[in-house]
Design a protein around this ligand. Structure first.
Ligand SMILES: [Zn+2]
Length: 115
């Protein structure tokens, strides 16, 4: 399952970066571009399955933010939003020069508040 390997990658990155403090993470936010081939529902399911198997992460939450596709028009030298997979600027010039939409990254990590 594609999404499960993404979730495992996310946890490897967190463990590398935060080491033992990973256990103190309350919530992570992952940003996925519409072109990154990540289904928010599937990644949420994979995340839930992963934390169910890894008790130290059991209370962690995940939020998936989806980014629009933005392409650059070289005629107008402007960025435009791609809707319905129509890679055409409002001036009529087609462009597949993607500036946003392929990304998949951890955009936020929130730690538990110590009481
Ligand atoms: Zn244009």
């Amino acid at each position: 399952m594609h999404e499960l390997s993404i979730v495992k990658d996310i946890f490897s990155t967190l463990e590398e970066h935060y080491e033992a403090k990973v256990e103190d993470i309350q919530k992570i936010q992952v940003t996925a571009g519409l072109l990154s081939n990540v289904q928010p529902v599937l990644i949420q399911n994979a995340f839930d399955a992963f934390i169910a198997d890894n008790l130290i992460y059991r209370d962690m939450e995940l939020e998936v933010v989806v980014n629009d596709i933005i392409a650059h028009c070289h005629s107008c030298d402007k960025d435009f939003k791609v809707e319905y997979h129509r890679f055409v600027c409002e001036c009529g010039t087609p462009s597949t020069d993607i500036v946003q939409g392929n990304e998949l990254y951890i955009s936020k990590v929130i730690f538990k508040q110590s009481l």
